[in-house]
Design a protein around this ligand. Sequence first.
Ligand code: NAD
Length: 319
Amino acid sequence: MLIIPEALIAELVSPEDAFAAVEATFAAMARGEAYNFPVVREALGEGRQYGFKSGLDRAGGQLGVKAGGYFPGNAARGLINHQSSVLLFDPETGQPRAMVGGNLLTALRTAAAAAISVDRLARRDVRVLGMLGAGHQSVFQLRAVARVRQFDRVIAWNLHPEMLDRLRLAAGELGLPFEAVPLARMVEAGVIVTITSSPAASLMAADVAPGTHLACMGTDTRGKQEVEPALLARATVFADEVAQSVTIGEAQHAAAAGLIAEADIVPIGAVLTGAHPGRRSAEEITLFDGTGVGLQDLAVAAVALRRAEERGLGLSVEV
Ligand code: NAD
């Protein structure tokens, strides 16, 4: 098997590669060629979370698992809070093919999912990008979403305003004016990305204008929440995977309150295959609930493996 360390990922997988790989995966899921296995997620105490996301993509020939979690004490040690590794197996024999550093891959595949949703569901004429959250993932989100629409400016809110500088810098690198705003100003945005670890709703339905597209990316565990459930009742809701959306995603709260039903949520893959038309009017609010599926991780890890093999990189070991 090939060991591909974290330090090699940046030269093996680009944001464009992640976009293409995740798009193909969501479409394969919609066609029934790929499926995710149930997520395991356990609390380790002191705020630490650990779990496994896995799946099988028959069409893409991928079988594997991402093991990883959230370790809130890491930042103080100079490490990022999310730590993960991806294991790829041969789907015919079960033999291990690769162990791939999963930290950058997670950021790339998560940002790609948000960007795919913006690409397919946001109005063409959006000019203002709104960001909620300024943690590690936020910069990847901003850059990926800015690739698929022509924004004039970025507005952002974060519970901890001192963290917003990294977004200001990223927006500046893209030549986009940046402003830190109160939540009520999100009504100016045509696209809103939420990427926080909030345990309660920050963004209220009244803060969102008709016609907005939201990519809600932060809620990936039971008990997290970024937006008011009434917003999901008002929106057309899309998800990477509906089963995860109603259990660990943003839709868990609206579903539990009976405001939306599982059957109301559209898999984003159905938009990619043309089975669902996506946005139907300029006034419609569209909301993508990106919970993060194991198949996304396998898709980008498979790109890393292919490139590493082509270039003779990584450490080959007998198992
Ligand atoms: P981080 O720890 O670097 O940043 C956390 C962010 O949440 C910061 O903006 C912080 O200010 C904010 N925050 C913390 N407590 C809050 C509260 N009580 N109310 C509002 N905001 C609060 O984390 P990160 O790596 O940027 O990840 C952000 C979120 O995205 C996490 O919840 C993470 O689990 C999730 N995530 C989701 C996916 C996916 O596929 N959907 C993938 C990776 C990460």
